[in-house]
Write a protein that binds this ligand. Structure first.
Ligand code: NI
Length: 242
């Protein structure tokens, strides 16, 4: 399988590719993406750039390892915290995700330790009209998400993460998860996520526990990666020295 970086594409595991093929034929994906199942993006790096246009949205700075904030457990959003500020933050998080570009982003990745993640509806739960086009192209925000049931069947996917640049790792996770969450307005929902959608939501929920994909590899491999990153120095002109 081919690999590349820089927001273009990267390879998926055979299992994930098979799942994506199966799902493509099931009509869950937009028409224009069908037949392209082998070229599935890793979790945080889709090849197709999407934008949400709004003068009120802001692209936030995405933290990368070894920033200690990424290792912190996030706190639940309280009942009194729902409202305009939270909705705006969810929109900003989505805008940041699309700008990266990514298919999912968790609040701690922009330095906010509230239990909130956003996912890309284009890769997850977008409904389609008769022509296979999305009828509701909005992102999905999940506040205080909890797994209430998970399949025994596992799925391996080669995941990438915006907070762990230039790194991919095969991660095994349940193929289906039932998630309970609140939306930006505090309304409760329960939803099953399957295949790639399940991978994305579980990856983002890991961030709320202070876990990144780098925590799923051996200490040796993690150490090597961090050492390599810390050797990178930013020169005065903004270029990188290795
Ligand atoms: Ni991530």
């Amino acid at each position: 399988m081919a690999r590349a970086y820089g927001g273009t594409r990267a390879g998926a595991s055979e299992a994930a590719a098979a799942a994506a093929r199966q799902r493509s034929s099931g009509g869950l994906r937009p028409e224009r993406e069908r037949g392209d199942a082998k070229r599935r993006p890793p979790v945080d790096l889709p090849r197709r750039r999407l934008r949400v246009s709004s003068a009120f949205m802001a692209v936030l700075h995405v933290l990368t390892v070894p920033n200690p904030i990424l290792s912190k457990k996030c706190r639940p959003v309280g009942p009194g915290e729902f409202g305009e500020e939270l909705a705006r933050f969810a929109s900003d998080l989505a805008e940041t995700m699309y700008a990266a570009p990514g298919v999912g982003l968790a609040a701690p990745q922009v330095g906010d330790l509230r239990r909130l993640v956003v996912i890309d509806p284009g890769n997850c739960t977008r409904e389609q009209d008769d022509d296979g086009r999305p009828t509701n192209p909005r992102f999905l925000a999940l506040v205080n998400p909890q797994v209430i049931e998970a399949s025994k069947e596992m799925m391996i996917y080669e995941e990438g993460c915006l907070s762990v640049p230039d790194f991919e790792e095969n991660v095994s996770r349940p193929r289906r998860v039932h998630i309970r969450y609140l939306d930006e307005s505090g309304k409760p929902h329960q939803k099953w996520f399957e295949g790639y959608d399940a991978i994305v939501v579980q990856h983002e929920m890991d961030h709320l526990e202070g876990v990144v994909i780098l925590d799923r590899v051996s200490r040796l491999k993690k150490g090597r990666y961090l050492q390599k990153r810390q050797k990178v120095r930013v020169r005065n002109d903004g270029s990188l020295e290795y």
